[in-house]
Design a protein around this ligand. Structure first.
Ligand code: 6CS
Length: 272
């Protein structure tokens, strides 16, 4: 009897885990999403309103799944996956680019937002930076990048010593550090650097894009591995929106390409 009961309980667990997650979110009335506040991927206005392409797509999909709202918390990129695993978030919808090591840790949706990498430099690009290797080759070169972010990793992998890779918490800080000469280059994806330049109204800034040798990355919404069924439900709605044109209608006004997302897949980006 005991064995049967145990088997019965274990047999029910996977379904119960899935039901708990989606049913919990429905009962909770919102999904807790991790974002970075890096327009146009994610943005938080002065009044707390959350926008940006990733939260807008997530909000629409969760609504279709019966979860009426999303509640965002701002996190450093490097803290997003630990926060998700510690159940502080229900999903990461932040432009967290798919890379094999991240794909090992979370269950990504199919691709949502794709972008190349860029440098923000002083007008005229006085140091002639075109790649992360150029910065490594310049013994004085200091690069700013998000903590735990893709650009930090690319700089380190290109050979920039740790003490010349400066962790920058957000776009405005990176812009100010460059303007004050505390870093020589600030690296984020192209659309993020473009947004910073557009809002800075500073004629002494220039974007170098794309960074030579750096791939085009795509993000997806990220879920806990054990919530793969919730991820599948998210993917089913995402696919319908890609098919109907509603996906493009949300992301393209932000500057993203729907075709870039539909031309690749999680399997390709995760190196499966
Ligand atoms: O996924 C990442 O690590 C990068 N994604 C974005 C949208 N900005 C910077 C960050 O490093």
């Amino acid at each position: 009897m005991k064995k049967t009961l145990l088997t019965l309980t274990l047999a029910a667990a996977p379904f119960a885990a899935w039901a708990d997650t989606l049913d919990d979110l429905k009962a909770q009335g919102f999904a807790r999403i991790a974002i970075a506040n890096e327009p146009p991927f994610t943005a938080v206005a002065a009044d707390g309103t959350v926008s940006g392409a990733a939260p807008d797509v997530a909000r629409e999909i969760f609504k279709r799944l019966g979860v009426p709202e999303v509640v965002a918390s701002i996190s450093e990129y490097g803290a997003m996956i630990p926060g998700l695993q510690a159940r502080r978030h229900d999903a990461i919808t932040a432009g967290l680019f798919m890379k094999p090591e991240r794909c090992q840790a979370v269950a990504y949706s199919e691709p949502v937002l794709c972008d190349a990498e860029a440098f923000l430099v002083p007008k005229g690009n006085p140091k002639g930076y075109k790649s992360y290797a150029d910065i490594a080759a310049d013994a004085e070169g200091r690069i700013g990048a998000p903590g735990g972010g893709t650009e930090e990793k690319l700089a380190l992998e290109a050979g920039v010593p740790r003490d010349r890779v400066i962790v920058v918490p957000d776009g405005q800080s990176g812009l100010k550090m460059l303007q004050d000469g505390r870093i020589d280059v600030y690296s984020l994806p192209v659309l993020s650097i473009s947004d910073l330049i557009a809002k800075a109204a500073d004629p002494n800034l220039e974007m170098v894009a794309p960074v030579v040798g750096a791939p085009v990355y795509c993000d997806g919404a990220a879920f806990r591995k054990e919530d793969a069924a919730l991820r599948d439900a998210f993917d089913a709605e995402l696919a319908k929106m890609k098919e109907s044109g509603e996906f493009a209608a949300i992301i393209e006004p932000y500057g993203f390409s729907a075709a870039a997302a539909t031309s690749t897949s999680r399997a390709q980006l995760c190196g499966e």
